[in-house]
Ligand binder design. Structure first.
Ligand SMILES: [Zn+2]
Length: 484
């Protein structure tokens, strides 16, 4: 037996808060152009890249700048002081035509206006939000029937709400401003929405219904998209639980779960006959999310669950032409799989809130993982899934860990700007994927890479995180799925 079969992967995914003392250094001074003009830019952590706000002085940004040891640098093509680089140019400059991509200007104005005209909201906002405001005008401004605009933003292509059987909700994905991503989820009579979901230039906005009892209908917040990341994933030997795992996967309960999942897919597809063809050869792996109703609302849990499952399944399609080709070849070898959101269920009141904290990756494993499985086992059979995942309050994992998982179970902390990515990463572990350090160049200037993007199984959450799986992760997960 391979030694790898004796290992059980645990993971500790860590970020340092941006309000705390853990931050080493950042660039707080604004950079200047060669003629001495000061250009605003948002405060940026050491080692990260930002785009100067050239539009504030009537110009257009053509180079991002990198913060190193508290100072700004450009790359043209060698590293030089920012004040020797023409990083802002006139709008008619030919270089603009090749570098201008997104139109973030209107989104920035929208955020500035809502923030200026509305009261701040504190209840229900993520702990690391960069501002959170009452947004009751959303009810009037949102036109459910319009396929060409959203809140006045013209869409790049028409889009409509559609039933997604993977998550059992009406969802709508669209792009605006030359490719900025947006998403809408209907939850009962309420709506959740995300604008600039990828956080291009750090401006990701979310619209959520206010908590029950709060004096508002909706709030708008700006999500934290910049994190200082630290890599601390771990693998520990845990022969005993590994054996239990193997038994569980092959036992009658595992087969019953898979049969119920297949039945569930049939039931949901009965509502959308035109989708029946998609069934052909895909294997669906069911996921049940649990949340503690004393700390998390059902709507927030649903939204986190649905966006994570959709993001995960999108990543399974491959990130570019090459990935798609390799993924398709692997899928024809092992069979294709996708995740299916079976249920989002409350735990016993206080069960997750009252769990003791523990260290991910050490033995014994954090108590919250045990609580998660126990609460899942207490659910009625139809709500139980092959992969249970608990949405936990912050502080149940020691240190700066924000998620923890093995093949059987996983937990992710709610209330981070990156919660949806944390869940996708932990679900990757639950599908047997290990950590993978592969990153690619995202922004290159004259052949120099100044900003990277890393895959979902990268061992930490940072602002280099992108929604894709590596070929290695895809292969491991596909094989695991066929054995379920
Ligand atoms: Zn991990």
């Amino acid at each position: 037996m391979s030694v790898f079969l004796l290992l059980l992967a645990f993971c500790a995914d860590r970020i340092f808060g941006t309000s705390g003392e853990a931050i080493a250094s950042s660039c707080v001074q604004h950079p200047t152009l060669p003629d001495g003009t000061v250009v605003p830019i948002e405060e940026t952590l050491d080692g990260y890249v930002s785009l100067p706000q050239c539009e504030a002085i009537g110009l257009v940004a053509v180079y991002p700048l990198k913060c190193e040891n508290g100072a700004w640098y450009g790359f043209t093509p060698t590293k030089v002081d920012a004040d020797t680089v023409h990083f802002c140019v006139l709008p008619e400059d030919p270089v603009v035509q090749s570098t201008a991509e997104y139109n973030l200007h209107d989104l920035q104005l929208f955020w500035d206006r809502v923030a200026r005209e509305n009261e701040p909201v504190s209840v229900g906002c993520p702990s690391d939000a960069l501002g959170c405001f009452k947004f009751d005008e959303f009810d009037q401004q949102y036109n459910r029937e319009s396929e060409v605009e959203f809140l006045g933003f013209p869409l790049d292509n028409p889009s409509a709400l559609e039933y997604d059987f993977h998550v059992d909700k009406n969802m709508r994905e669209f792009t605006f401003g030359n490719g900025l991503e947006g998403m809408i989820m209907e939850y009962g009579s309420k709506v959740f929405a995300v604008l600039n979901a990828d956080g291009v230039q750090g401006l990701r906005l979310e619209i959520h219904p206010c908590a029950i009892g709060a004096e508002c209908e909706y709030f708008l917040y700006r999500a934290q998209t910049q994190f200082q990341a630290q890599s601390l994933g771990k693998v520990v030997e845990d022969l005993q639980s590994h054996n239990r795992l193997i038994e569980k996967e092959n036992d009658a309960e595992g087969r019953a779960l898979q049969e119920r999942t297949d039945q569930l897919v049939q039931e949901r597809l009965a509502n959308v006959p035109e989708n029946r063809r998609q069934l052909s050869s895909t294997k669906y792996i069911s996921v049940t999310f649990l949340y503690d109703p004393s700390v998390t609302s059902d709507g927030e849990a649903w939204f986190a669950a649905a966006t994570a499952i959709r993001g995960f399944n999108n990543a399974l399609r491959g990130r570019d032409f090459l990935h798609r080709a390799v993924f398709n070849a692997l899928a024809s070898m092992f069979g294709r799989f996708e995740l299916l959101l079976n249920a989002v269920q409350p735990t016993t009141r206080g069960a997750l809130r009252n769990a003791r904290s523990g260290t991910c990756g050490e033995s014994p494993s954090p108590p919250i993982l045990g609580v998660c499985v126990r609460e899942h086992n207490n659910l009625p059979a139809r709500f139980r899934s092959t992969k249970p995942h608990c949405l936990i309050p912050q502080g149940k994992l020691t240190g700066s860990a924000v998620g923890c998982a093995n093949k059987v179970r996983g937990v992710s902390e709610m209330g981070h700007g990156s919660t949806s990515y944390i869940i996708r990463h932990e679900l990757g572990h639950q599908m047997n994927a290990d950590h993978d350090n592969e990153c690619r160049c995202k922004v290159a200037i004259f052949g120099f890479c100044i900003d990277t993007e890393c895959n979902l199984m990268y061992p930490s959450v940072g602002n280099t995180y992108e929604n894709f799986f590596t070929v290695g992760s895809f292969r491991t997960m596909s094989q695991h799925a066929q054995g379920l």
